[in-house]
Design a binder for this molecule. Structure first.
Ligand code: UTP
Length: 276
């Protein structure tokens, strides 16, 4: 039912300078796999086969990554190294990758709006921020959990997790009533609140299911926190006019947009990678 996944990847990744001076943040690897490939694998596992990527200047490595490299493949053909490309080849063969550019960094809401040209405005779609790496070692992936919930409620859904009150200023934060275990009917949402003004400690992380009416709502949303067009503001309107759910997902999330989270993910994958 949900076949398209949007990957806003136009950010500058300034926290990783100088590594991100000429290389997209989304191509930073956890062990040997770039962050964006983890995201695409999660979307594919959830049933998506159209990967719509919002890029910016200097992001060509992403386009090249999801394409065949004839010289390289010829070079390693028949060697043991060939198997290292099995996973990426499967994605390339099974999915369609589409791209558009966000010319100016005007916020996540604007990046998602640019995706309208790729995902259309007549069906729900998923959004993954690849710098939030999510895994669920003992069960189904986070996006798949959200799509299953969508099939029940048919409305926009944001993935949420409890964070320390001291950390809420880094996130969009929701408030709402728990209507079933881990599922909240959102009635308030604030982008990056100060800790004493946060409506709760339930923080939005980089996984969304959005219904297509979000595009019209983004059009009428003014710039918000930090002068950027915030998806949180458009979602709050959607929550007030209709219904938005917050979903406490099962699994682990690493904030790979920060150096600490990136190192934590690297250590975790190094220790838990089975074939190492
Ligand atoms: P971040 O807040 O992590 O910003 O964006 P950033 O620029 O990528 O990283 P820093 O803070 O400079 O280190 C969250 C996600 O939203 C995307 C980013 O690519 C990232 O995946 N994004 C944000 C856009 O695509 N466009 C925007 O205008 C803003």
């Amino acid at each position: 039912m949900i076949s398209k996944c949007l990957f806003p990847a136009a950010g500058y990744g300034t926290r990783f300078l100088p590594a991100t001076k000429a290389m997209p943040k989304e191509m930073l690897p956890i062990l040997t796999k770039p962050l964006i490939q983890y995201g695409v694998e999660e979307a594919y596992e959830a049933g998506c086969n159209v990967m719509a990527i919002i890029t910016g200047r200097g992001k060509r490595a992403i386009t090249d990554h999801f394409d065949i490299s004839y010289e390289l493949e010829h070079q390693i053909k028949g060697s043991a190294k060939e198997s290292l490309l099995t996973d990426i080849r499967k994605l390339i063969n099974s999915c369609t990758f589409t791209y558009t550019r966000q010319n100016e960094m005007k916020g996540l809401g604007d990046a998602i709006y640019k995706g309208k040209a790729l995902v259309g405005d007549n069906e729900p779609f998923a959004v993954i921020l690849a710098d939030d790496l999510c895994i669920n070692p003992n069960g189904i992936g986070v996006l798949r959990q959200m799509i299953e919930l969508y099939n029940k409620y048919r409305c926009s859904i944001v993935a949420i997790m409890e964070v320390d009150k001291k950390e809420v200023h880094k996130y969009g934060v929701i408030a709402g009533r728990e209507i079933e275990d881990g599922v909240f009917l959102v009635d308030d949402m604030v982008e990056k609140p100060e800790s004493d003004k946060a409506p709760s400690n339930l923080a939005i992380i980089g996984r969304y299911i959005l219904t297509p009416d979000i595009f019209k709502l983004i059009e009428s949303t003014p710039a918000g926190k930090n002068g950027e067009l915030q998806i949180t503001d458009a979602l709050l309107t959607q929550a007030k006019e209709g219904m938005v759910l917050g979903y406490k997902f099962e699994g682990k999330r690493f904030d790979c947009g920060s150096v600490d989270g990136f190192v934590e993910a690297t250590n975790y994958f190094y220790q838990n990678e089975t074939n190492r």
